[in-house]
Every structure is written in C-alpha cells, then in structure tokens.
Design a binder for this molecule. Structure first.
Ligand code: GAR
Length: 217
C-alpha cells in the first residue's frame, strides 16, 4: 500500500535559503512528502517571495500585528493546527516557540542551527565562534525541545575556521553546510529512519551512522 504524502510546514523569518533547500530536495528526491505551506512571522521576509516563486503556499503570522507574545503564539498555533502538518521545519525562524507548541510537535519538529551544538546556542554564532578562537565550527540539525537549541542532535557538519575568516565568510561556508545536512536529516526523518534514545539519535536501516557527521573544508 502506498502511504499518504506527509505534510511539511516550514517556518521562516528571513531569507529562506534553508526552506528553498528543503523544497528543492523534496521535489528532486521524490520525498514521500510535500511542503504544505511556508509560514513567515513577518510579511517582508525575503523568503516569502522565494517560496512563492517555487509555487509554495505562503502564510504570514506577523508578530507585530499581535499585542504580545501570547497572542502571537496562539495565532501561530492556530495556523499550524489548521495546516495539520506531520512535520514542522524551523528554517531561520528567529522566535522562541511557546512550550505548548514545542510539546505539540515533539519528535516531529526539526531545526537547523548555525553552530556545532551544544557550542554557541542562540544568536551571533559565527562572531562568537571567531571570538572564542575555535578551529572548527559548523551546523547542526536537531529535534526541537523545550530547551533553546538543546534538542537531540540528528546531524552535524563541521567546517574548519580559516585564518582570514570573518563572520561573513565563515557564515557562507556554514550555510552551505546547512543546505547539505538539513535536507538529508529531513529525508531520514520522513523515512522513519531516526530513533531517538534520550539525547541520542540513531540512524537505523543501515550501519552508516557516520553520515550523521560531515566534514567540509
Ligand atoms: C541560518 O543560518 C539558520 O541556521 C539560522 O538563521 C539562518 C537562516 O538563513 N537560524 C538560527 O540562527 C536559529 N537559531 P535562511 O533564512 O537563509 O535559511
């Protein structure tokens, strides 16, 4: 029996390049899924246009149109509920989600973060990595938990810090790494190949756990 197509909803706040990487991989790799909608928390997010040009449905739940955090969270929860996603993909969504929302999508909400977690959670990761003098930086895809950037890690890609790096140059290489591991992790999730054991995520179906760690120059 052919299973039904899973519905992915992608949440963005900005440029949306990770959303585009997911949408392209979904189409090119024939995932058993479709991008049901892209939700932005601001109407002027450049990613909205990028999504529309890919023929994707765009919904805006604009933070500034709500009197406060609680009202925004409620509107976002309602919008998500109406779309009935199987999977929620955070892709440069720059707001901390309400605990209830995180709980609702536990085990089926993924995020990409521009550092090798648990190093550098939060913002300005590239600047902090450079200031911290780390030699290896990178990107992480993880399940979302109540702890900010603290959920179980699915995949990581490491990039070497170069002597002439500034935050712009470093972020460009990390972003390329994100575009590589986010679709990969999502495909594994959709195929039911990921098994969460406490804080560890095991890739089942083959003995190739090494694919969860990628090294890039
Ligand atoms: C990406 O680097 C993503 O990892 C980061 O924002 C950027 C969004 O780029 N997300 C976070 O920092 C979340 N904590 P994009 O809009 O082009 O995908």
């Amino acid at each position: 029996m052919i299973g039904r197509m899973k519905k992915i909803v992608v949440l963005i706040s900005g440029r949306g390049s990770n959303m585009v990487a997911l949408a392209r991989a979904c189409r090119e790799q024939n995932w058993p899924a479709r991008i049901e909608a892209v939700i932005a928390d601001r109407e002027d997010a450049p990613g909205c246009e990028a999504a529309r040009s890919l023929g994707l449905r765009v919904e805006v739940v604009a933070f500034r149109q709500y009197p406060g955090r609680d009202a925004f969270d409620a509107a976002l929860a309602e919008k998500l509920e109406s779309l009935a996603p199987d999977v929620v993909a955070l892709a440069g969504f720059m707001r901390v989600l309400a605990p209830g929302l995180v709980a609702r999508y536990q085990g089926r909400m993924l995020n990409v973060h521009p550092s090798l977690l648990p190093a550098f959670p939060g913002l300005a990761t590239h600047r902090r990595a450079l200031e911290g003098g780390v030699r290896v930086h990178g990107a992480t895809v993880h399940y979302v938990s109540a702890e900010l950037d603290g959920g179980a890690i699915i995949a990581q890609a490491a990039v070497a810090v170069r002597p002439d790096d500034d935050a712009t140059r470093l972020s460009a290489r990390v972003l390329a790494a994100e575009h590589r591991i986010y679709p990969m992790a999502m495909a594994w999730h959709l195929a039911g190949r990921l098994h969460v054991e406490g804080h560890r995520v095991r890739l089942g179906g083959a003995q190739i756990d090494e694919r969860q760690s990628i090294w890039l120059d």
